[in-house]
Write a protein that binds this ligand. Sequence first.
Ligand SMILES: Cc1cc2nc3c(=O)[nH]c(=O)nc-3n(C[C@H](O)[C@H](O)[C@H](O)COP(=O)(O)O)c2cc1C
Length: 187
Amino acid sequence: MKVMIFTSSPNTDGLTAACGNAAKTGAAEADAQVVMMNLNQQQISSCHACDNGWGPCRNEHECQVQDDFQAIHASMADMDAFVLITPVYWAEMSESAKAFFDRVRRCEALKKGKTYIEEKPVIAVAAAGGSGNGLTTCLTSMERFITHVKAEKFDLIGITQKSRVYKLDTIQEAAREMVALLNRKGE
Ligand SMILES: Cc1cc2nc3c(=O)[nH]c(=O)nc-3n(C[C@H](O)[C@H](O)[C@H](O)COP(=O)(O)O)c2cc1C
């Protein structure tokens, strides 16, 4: 099984990174091949809302804004499951997560037949600061993305600096169980 773990924070040793490592450990414990993708280390522009609002994303399911998006998007076809991890910024996903997932949604949501993400399990993680304000709003927008691309909501997990210790264990176990279930289905 192949799992892609997206992180989207500029901090490589912050809470988002810790969540990514926990998910990686859990998925690897269930023998998954893990691909880590830090969206902040990629050149990914926001959607240009081409023409009157739709570009070739609508019918050709490709984005015409040429940057690192194309290669990462294409690699999603080969994955069996995903973990999406964002820091909570202004009660929303980080800018790098929003830019990438907005474009994935446009390319995938209206595809007929098998898409790169449809029916594949997804764990969404929102990593907030001490207040935790806006954590649920952020998770709601991640849930909406998962719904729009017709993926399977495996779990939606909120974590703050205060809940860090036990929620990192939760993320690890969730990733392990997600892969273990896929393994059992494949038997
Ligand atoms: C621009 C910005 C906006 C933020 N907005 C929120 C917020 O709305 N709610 C919250 O609980 N924390 C907020 N935070 C705090 C981060 O979510 C928190 O520090 C998180 O752990 C950052 O992840 P990192 O450790 O991977 O950088 C914000 C931080 C930044 C930089």
